[in-house]
Design a protein around this ligand. Structure first.
Ligand code: HEC
Ligand code: HEC
Length: 228
């Protein structure tokens, strides 16, 4: 009788804990915090799905632990480019504690976090090629905000081909958004930060490519002297 009661209450606990929390020994609070980081702070759900929400450019995160081993999950979250060369996942910079919590939540082994070996050996500084690889999935191949992932985002990706909108942005503003992500420019946080994976030369090439898409320049005030 007692044992049955105990089992019933254990079941109850298991059913109120968020998915994966029990498996990782995370408290419900810690698991919820990890979910908030993935959903509301970082750009992860720009590309990935979690609990039915998010983008379609990458595998679902709910069950990554059933597909990948714990070391791979840790390595992917800490240094995607060196773990899976060619993947369009940028390295997200974040405090060590946040990275460890996210990795644990996803089923990764936090002793297997890798120190990044720096930026991925710059593949190309060709803005067009970089854009096709890293940006087109959301922004569309011609910068019309209509990539295959656009509908899965809570706000529309910017139309880089729109001369009116883009001529209101300085090159510096475009650079900073690409480097540090939408959030620091008061844009949506699902616009990823690429500065952990692309260097200054690549980001400048992307800004120049956006200028070729909109066939426009930044505002006059921003064009005195060398911009970037
Ligand atoms: C710009 C899109 C993008 C963003 C943003 C992104 N990822 Fe990814 N991620 C990918 C893609 C694409 C893959 C699959 C790579 C492959 O295997 O080819 C991937 C793979 C992974 C994997 C391994 C999944 C598997 O099944 O192989 C994990 C774990 C992961 N990402 C976690 C994260 C976390 C955590 C964040 C946020 C900090 C994040 N990703 C942000 C695109 C993204
Ligand atoms: C996961 C989807 C996604 C990817 C990948 C992505 N973006 Fe974005 N981007 C967005 C969204 C969504 C917005 C709009 C944010 C808003 O309006 O709040 C945005 C906005 C921007 C802006 C701001 C434009 C403005 O109005 O000031 C720039 C610049 C930009 N993206 C450049 C890029 C570049 C360059 C790449 C590739 C290196 C890229 N983005 C990749 C989703 C994405």
């Amino acid at each position: 009788m007692r044992r049955a009661l105990l089992r019933a209450s254990l079941c109850l606990v298991a059913s109120v804990l968020p998915a994966g929390a029990a498996a990782q020994g995370l408290s419900a609070f810690a698991a919820q915090k990890a979910e908030r980081l993935l959903r509301d702070k970082h750009s992860c759900l720009g590309c990935h799905q979690l609990k039915g929400e998010g983008g379609v450019l990458a595998p679902r995160l709910d069950d990554v632990r059933t597909r990948r081993d714990a070391a791979y999950i840790a390595a992917m979250v800490s240094d995607p480019q060196h773990t899976k060369p060619g993947a369009i996942m940028p390295r997200t910079r974040m405090p060590a504690g946040e990275r460890a919590l996210i990795v644990r939540y996803l089923g990764g082994d936090t002793t297997k976090l890798v120190r990044t070996a720096g930026l991925a050996s710059a593949t190309t500084a060709d803005g067009k090629q970089l854009y096709a690889q890293w940006c087109a999935g959301c922004h569309g191949a011609t910068g019309n905000g209509d990539g295959p992932n656009a509908k899965a985002l809570p706000v529309m990706p910017a139309k880089h081909a729109d001369a009116k909108a883009m001529s209101a942005r300085s090159d510096d503003a475009l650079f900073d958004t690409i480097e540090a992500g939408g959030a620091i420019m008061n844009k949506h946080h699902r616009m990823p930060a690429f500065g952990g994976s692309l260097g200054t030369t690549e980001i400048r090439a992307l800004v120049a490519y956006i200028r070729s898409l909109c066939k426009c320049q930044g505002p006059q005030w921003s064009r005195n002297g060398a911009a970037l």
